[in-house]
Design a protein around this ligand. Structure first.
Ligand code: FMN
Length: 182
């Protein structure tokens, strides 16, 4: 079984596309990326290393029905994780947002997922510098860093591949650790 579980929410497909690219770059250790509206908590908890991706919708909201999505997504799935024990697991987050269109709520959803899981026992890796982005406020920033990789389809899609490569390099020691111990 793959050792690294990749899960995403999406409205228009950007986060899914990135999940597929990330999976391809990781190779055989990565799971087939799964939409959170087609998975279960048990599925997610069967992996020791998790890559979780989300766009921000509405005004700084998780994707899902409230934010105007056509299907359920992180908004509906995240509460199910609230009481789960993630001890021994490692989580790396990535988020999509639009820094020009939503400078006051830039990639907030990634911050919401982080806030929900930060006390779950999991270790977080893959924090990402805020340099190179222009925005006013983001719930996804902690101690001057983003809590995960940030991708901006509207304004910086030319940087996706380079950013993903750098980020995977950054989290690869933690991924290898799980490969060895699994
Ligand atoms: C209605 C709507 C609301 C959005 N709200 C935000 C927001 O609050 N903050 C942000 O950073 N990006 C926001 N975005 C930008 C999306 O996060 C961005 O388009 C993303 O690439 C969508 O990813 P997806 O294709 O996986 O759904 C919004 C986009 C739309 C269409």
């Amino acid at each position: 079984m793959a050792k690294i579980g990749i899960f995403f929410g999406t409205d228009t497909g950007n986060t899914r596309k990135a999940a597929k690219l990330i999976a391809k770059k990781i190779g055989e250790e990565a799971s087939k990326p799964l939409n959170v509206n087609r998975t279960t908590v048990d599925d997610m908890l069967s992996y020791d290393f998790l890559i979780l991706g989300s766009p921000t919708l509405g005004d700084g909201e998780l994707p899902g029905l409230t934010a105007g999505g056509e299907t359920e997504s992180w908004e509906e799935f995240l509460p199910d994780l609230a009481s789960e024990d993630f001890s021994g697991k490692t989580i790396a987050l990535y988020g999509f947002g639009d820094q020009e269109g939503y400078p006051d709520n830039f990639v907030d959803a990634m911050g919401i997922i982080y806030e929900e899981l930060v006390d779950s026992g999991a270790e977080f890796v893959g924090f990402w510098p805020t340099e190179g982005y222009t925005f006013t406020s983001s719930r996804a920033v902690e101690d001057d860093e983003f809590v995960g990789l940030v991708l901006d389809q509207e304004n910086q899609s030319d940087l996706h591949e380079e950013r993903i490569d750098q980020w995977l390099e950054m989290i690869s020691p933690a991924m290898s650790l799980h490969e060895q111990t699994a």
